[in-house]
Design a protein around this ligand. Sequence first.
Ligand SMILES: Nc1ncnc2c1ncn2[C@@H]1O[C@H](COP(=O)(O)OP(=O)(O)OP(=O)(O)O)[C@@H](O)[C@H]1O
Ligand SMILES: [Mg+2]
Length: 312
Amino acid sequence: MPDEVVSATALTKRYRGKATPAVDGVSFGIAEGETAGLLGPNGAGKTTLIKLICGVTPPSDGSIRVFGRDPAREPVPTKQDIGAMHQTGPYDQMLSGLDNLRIAARFRGLSWRETEPWAAEVADYLGLTEALPRLVFQLSGGQRQRLQLVRALLTIPRLLVLDEPSAGLDVAGRHQVERFVHWLRGEHGVTVLWTSHHIDEIERNCQRVLVISKGRLLRFAEPRALVREYGGGRLVVTGADQVAAKAVAAWAEAAGLRATVDDTEVGIDGAIGKDVIPAVVRHCAEAGVTLTGFGTVADSLENVFLRMTEKG
Ligand SMILES: Nc1ncnc2c1ncn2[C@@H]1O[C@H](COP(=O)(O)OP(=O)(O)OP(=O)(O)O)[C@@H](O)[C@H]1O
Ligand SMILES: [Mg+2]
């Protein structure tokens, strides 16, 4: 499809000597301009999937297309379209950050004279200007991580691939990266694939999330849809007094739901979407106790993710 930036069909990668594939029959399409999240436990196959997209490693089976091209067969144009921030960024530790950027530019066939003003702007935005002339081994972990982002963005790519961009960054640094990517999307329509173990980051920034476990794609859906589908949610019922609260808790437990009472408030787990409210109201009316409030607390994507991948 022309409006798909990345399309994978039954994509599989088996590493030599491994009994199970690292990526196992995965099919999905990332739309132009979309920010797609990639979630999965350690070893799920996220980095392998990214390597397949970047053409760093060829698939064992199935196919991967990036802007309609096979990345392993046409690595040069593919690399020109992709800005990638890899999980392990190899640097020459004995050279300055600036020299590492110069080398990366040369490697990508870019003129440093033309690239430098933009690279300097990105570095400045990330608060890296003063650190750039220092040797890489003198930089802090967070500074190295920011340097990776500058390197991935020597030009504005059509597809930005971020493999755990915020690993080792402090809270302010994470927000800086998020704001910057947001700006890139808005200003330049960049398509983004974003891997992170910070699920809140994925929830804030991605329209859809690929959830993978043991190389298999469990779902590719909007975070909210996943929460609706897999999230239990919690209903909080407030009684007029403790007698009312106890009556609600007793009803919930008899219905097989877990309830916890705190003074006049009762929390009922996994109650959302199960038509519990009318049943509670009916029961309380029959029992002659008064309720004064209902509230719902949605499940977090983090809980949903744990539930999905434990099952997966
Ligand atoms: N070059 C390789 N050779 C052999 N096996 C590999 C290679 N790279 C990765 N693997 C294996 O493939 C599986 C998936 O690894 P991958 O790095 O893709 O996981 P990941 O989801 O990125 O994990 P993490 O969250 O830890 O970064 C793992 O079992 C890993 O040991
Ligand atoms: Mg990884």
